[in-house]
Ligand binder design. Sequence first.
Ligand SMILES: C[S@@+](CC[C@H](N)C(=O)[O-])C[C@H]1O[C@@H](n2cnc3c(N)ncnc32)[C@H](O)[C@@H]1O
Length: 339
Amino acid sequence: MPIGGSVARGGGHNASAPYHAFRPATIQIYFGLCGKSPFSPEMRVTLTPAGGMGILAIMPRYEPVPDDTDPWDRPPSEIDVSRPHAARMYDYYLGGKDHFEADRVTAEKALESWNAVRTGVRENRSFLGRAVRYLVEEAGIRQFLDIGTGLPSANNVHEVAQSVAPESRVVYVDNDPIVLAHAKALLTGTPEGRTAFIQADLRDPEKILSHPTTREVLDFDQPMALLLVAVLHFIPDADDPATVVRTLVDALPSGSYVVSSHVTPEHDPESVHGLEESYCTAGVPAQARPMEDFVQLVFEGLEIVDPGVEIVSDWRPDSTGPRPTAIEVSNYGGVARKP
Ligand SMILES: C[S@@+](CC[C@H](N)C(=O)[O-])C[C@H]1O[C@@H](n2cnc3c(N)ncnc32)[C@H](O)[C@@H]1O
């Protein structure tokens, strides 16, 4: 799956970052396959093995400019509507209204390959709700770090958590400025609880952990839940997701939980790889992973909660009614406790 020219401008660090958020540094050569591409903060050059992909583009290298200004002071022009974004495509699948032409075109292309995407997305979203409810009702969790939040939708984490325990606190994290633009909807919560939003990249876990908002809202001496739901498939192996996850999990106190879901190619490889290709060609990094890789990436060393890692629709379903097939859903999910 070669990356097309559309990833060229500033596409390495943050596919959703606007051009003006970067400053030119050096010229370098860009190689890669999408799942293994150098989407890293430094945009390292990744040399392909002999016989691998050729040179795809020569582009300026851009380094991220630290941006700790108050989110509400940022200009709306930061939202680049010319390129597709994962959050807006997800919104399109869910029937929302916060998407643009580039998002719809790429989403429709993905739907051509995997026409059950919407089923997978809806099932993932309800898995998220059930997992949060489980954590609040049965595990006694009252604080949440939700990375890869997405656009506000039905059953946002704070709504589910605070409907059971109004004192629940949530820090939302997403790297897409469009989510920031809608963060107001995420920031309304109960007077007893707290909700906060920070714009940050999962590939920079230290920044998320040390951010003053994270430290102010969450108490790292008390158990919390780390949510990595439908986001790790946007972190290809070249970006070392294992170190990202380990850094975050290491920071959690004992008794904390991790919730995660992930697209898998296992049940319908042709369709899912077709979707990956549509995303990658449009400059959105995507890498589906089989169950074994997903479990190793997220849950190793943790106590996996019953019923284990399952197709998301089979994880503690609300009803005994008919459920979509694994082929349609193609997303695994699970919850685990840090001993
Ligand atoms: C498919 S949506 C999932 C939303 C929500 N977690 C859910 O499951 O309903 C993925 C979200 O992850 C965000 N995302 C993708 N890559 C990211 C990164 N490197 N850092 C932070 N957020 C990222 C996207 O902007 C998008 O909002």
